[in-house]
Design a protein around this ligand. Structure first.
Ligand code: 4NP
Length: 157
């Protein structure tokens, strides 16, 4: 790959799922020595400027990754030209992105779990209103999604 692929992960608030997807994808790429540009954002802006939810920070930390310096932001129109891939964490996020996407934009939209064999069409469930076990499931889903997406970027056939 001449240019590193630029990937944006998008959930609703950008404080739980998409920061974890960003962290998992960066870690998977680092592990394989692959350069990527990666960021995350929310469909909504209510948490803009905030650090990830403490429960998300905790599960990342348990997996050796510090995400305490990440800051939430809302997706903006120019993201559709900055990124090659914009990856939604659930179907509502994907629908919102389809509405926002300017015609002729560079970014390809996809659902994260569509990159995982056998999980096509599935959402990464929103863990915000549940207990800490929801964040373990989020981590498991986003690591599977990050690995699948990276494999597909390396071998697009
Ligand atoms: P996220 O989780 O979309 O995974 O960041 C949520 C965070 C905040 C809210 C909903 C979901 N909220 O309603 O404030």
């Amino acid at each position: 790959m001449s240019q590193p692929p630029a990937v944006l992960f998008v959930c609703l608030g950008n404080i739980c799922r998409s920061p974890l997807a960003e962290a998992a994808f960066r870690a998977a790429a680092d592990e394989r020595g692959i350069r990527v540009e990666v960021d995350s954002a929310g469909v909504g802006g209510w948490h803009a400027g905030e650090a990830p939810d403490p429960r998300a920070q905790h599960v990342a930390q348990e997996n050796g990754i510090d995400i305490g310096h990440y800051r939430a932001r809302q997706v903006v129109r120019r993201d559709f030209d900055r990124f090659d891939h914009i990856v939604a964490l659930d179907l509502e996020n994907l629908a919102a992105l389809r509405q926002l996407r300017p015609q002729g934009a560079r970014a390809r939209l996809s659902l994260l779990m569509d990159h995982v064999p056998g999980r096509s069409g599935q959402a990464v469930a929103d863990p915000y209103y549940g207990g800490p076990e929801g964040f373990l499931r989020t981590w498991s889903d986003v690591t599977a999604g990050a690995d699948g997406l990276l494999a597909r970027l390396l071998d697009p056939a």
